[in-house]
Design a protein around this ligand. Structure first.
Ligand code: MN
Length: 149
């Protein structure tokens, strides 16, 4: 019975706050400073993984896709998400953002305010994200420039 295999797969575990490494988003994938903490990845048959990302004012991801989509749960501050070819959408604390499988997009802080979101994505063949090119300064300014602050 699966329930007998306690040593191999603990039934319940708690990752304590502050016990995981903080890291900074790679310059190839993020513009500005993005701090990642509480990163986790569950083992098969589970697929879920994620972390909490804090974007400095103006910081944002590069264009990218997620094979099985992504959910963002906004904790603090206001930010933006933009699908390729669509206007950006502003979000704030308590909002829950869904990005569909394979949809090219970016997300991050607005120009004047830091923003923290939890990011959750399921992996497919061990991959939960495919990175593309950086969002250009013109693309970012166009996306956030016409939004209410
Ligand atoms: Mn994403």
């Amino acid at each position: 019975m699966a329930g007998d295999d306690k040593a191999a797969t603990p039934g319940v575990s708690v990752i304590r706050e502050g016990s995981t490494e903080k890291s900074t988003g790679a310059a190839a994938n993020f513009t500005g400073t993005a701090q990642v903490e509480g990163r986790f990845q569950r083992e098969a048959p589970a697929r879920i993984g994620g972390g909490t990302i804090t974007f400095a004012p103006g910081a944002h991801t590069a264009w990218h896709t997620h094979p099985l989509g992504q959910t963002l749960i906004v904790m603090r501050g206001h930010g933006f998400v933009q699908q390729w070819g669509q206007p950006a959408e502003r979000f704030g604390p308590g909002d829950i953002v869904w990005i569909g499988p394979g949809i090219k997009h970016w997300h991050g802080a607005g120009p004047d305010e830091a923003m923290t979101h939890v990011a959750l994505a399921e992996s497919s063949n061990g991959q939960s994200v495919t990175w593309g090119e950086l969002v250009s300064d013109v693309q970012y300014a166009d996306a956030v420039g016409h939004q209410p602050r």
